[in-house]
Design a protein around this ligand. Structure first.
Ligand SMILES: [Cu+2]
Length: 146
């Protein structure tokens, strides 16, 4: 008596599963806490995207000889300016100091316009800090490994 009853219960449970799935509303894919976008921007290999007044990723590590490309992911201009930055406020993310060193300095056009990408080839190992001149939240590094 016990075994057939259990089989019936399992069958009923299994039988109801497709109906539950069919009734379920599809959930949006889990993100990083970013608002859902029609075309979510993800940096490709050796690529940095400017989005939300940040560089993404803020630290990128590449082998020596790599050409890194920056791509503007929003409708405002940025600069890719090499040089040291520091004294970043932990709560606001704003840097307190900056010092361009002239290795590269490019005005990145808004997304979709001519000049919305910039590439630079790193031929020496080292840590290369850079920032966006007008936006104090935009502070990042390229780490070049030999
Ligand atoms: Cu900027």
């Amino acid at each position: 008596m016990v075994v057939p009853a259990l089989l019936v219960a399992l069958a009923a449970c299994t039988g109801s599963t497709p109906a539950l799935i069919a009734d379920a509303t599809p959930l949006p894919p889990a993100g990083d806490g970013m608002p859902a976008a029609a075309e979510p921007l993800q940096p490709g290999p050796d690529e940095v995207i400017t989005i939300g007044l940040r560089f993404m990723p803020e630290d990128i590590t590449v082998p020596v000889g790599t050409t890194v490309t920056w791509r503007n992911g929003e409708a405002i201009g940025h600069t890719i300016t090499s040089g040291a930055w520091g004294d970043v406020n932990e709560s606001t993310g704003l840097r307190g100091t900056q010092s361009a060193d002239g290795l590269f300095d490019h005005a990145l056009a808004p997304m979709g316009q001519e000049g919305d990408t910039f590439s630079f080839t790193f031929t020496e190992p080292g840590e290369y800090s850079y920032f966006c001149m007008p936006h104090l939240t935009m502070n990042a590094r390229v780490i070049v490994e030999g």
